[in-house]
Design a protein around this ligand. Structure first.
Ligand SMILES: Nc1ncnc2c1[nH]c(=O)n2[C@H]1C[C@H](O)[C@@H](COP(=O)(O)OP(=O)(O)OP(=O)(O)O)O1
Length: 192
């Protein structure tokens, strides 16, 4: 039975920092079946790992084109967040994952003058089948941890990647103006 990491948020742009994301994350860790309220745009982000390295994809088109990122995208109607994560990973890299993904974080992104909040669920795994292939959307490449190209990535990534790479559970709130100006943020590591 797949886990149902359905998103929930009482998030409001009037209370950007300090929302109950910590409570959401604790509930998830406690095994709660959290259903989507559909207030946010729910996305996934999957990191495939091998010892000392992470697989990133160079975004060839669309949102954040020209930057490196994990694999992921929007969760579709009728699928759990984890199912969406596995589907996007396969579509964008050719890799398949049959085991449960390790859910390590929830990141909330607000953009100035945009009422839509992005709720990004971060997963990692060492367990996959297949060989990474270039797809219409992404060009994959393995990076040693010390060579991760942060200057060609979302500005927030360098703030939380070490937690993800070390298998810590975390959440974060980020407020952007445009795609490159990170105005404020908060990151919490959560102990299980
Ligand atoms: N700030 C930040 N840091 C790291 N990663 C992300 C962000 N913002 C984000 O949106 N992301 C991630 C979350 C997703 O993995 C992708 C965005 O997905 P997107 O390409 O919009 O979704 P798809 O469903 O693949 O889109 P199309 O198929 O419609 O192009 O970035």
């Amino acid at each position: 039975m797949p886990s149902r990491w359905m998103a929930h948020s009482s998030f409001s742009s009037d209370h950007f920092i300090g929302v109950d994301l910590l409570g959401v994350a604790r509930a998830i860790l406690g095994g709660a079946k959290i259903m989507s309220t559909c207030k946010n745009k729910v996305l996934t982000l999957v990191f495939v790992l091998r010892p000392g390295e992470v697989l990133l994809g160079y975004k060839k088109r669309g949102f954040a084109q020209g930057w490196w990122n994990g694999f992921g995208g929007k969760v579709e109607a009728g699928e759990t967040i984890e199912e969406g994560a596995k589907r996007e990973l396969h579509e964008e890299s050719g890799l398949s994952v049959s085991n449960e993904l390790d859910h390590v974080g929830v990141l909330m992104f607000e953009f100035v003058n945009d009422p839509v909040l992005l709720e990004v669920h971060v997963y990692r795994t060492y367990s996959y089948t297949g060989t990474p292939i270039e797809t219409e959307e992404m060009k994959p490449q393995w990076f040693k941890h010390q060579d991760i190209p942060y200057k060609d990535m979302w500005p927030d990534d360098k703030l939380w990647y070490s937690l993800m790479l070390n298998g810590k559970y975390f959440n974060g709130n980020f407020k952007f103006e445009g795609l490159t100006n990170l105005l404020e943020y908060e990151i919490n590591e959560i102990t299980k």
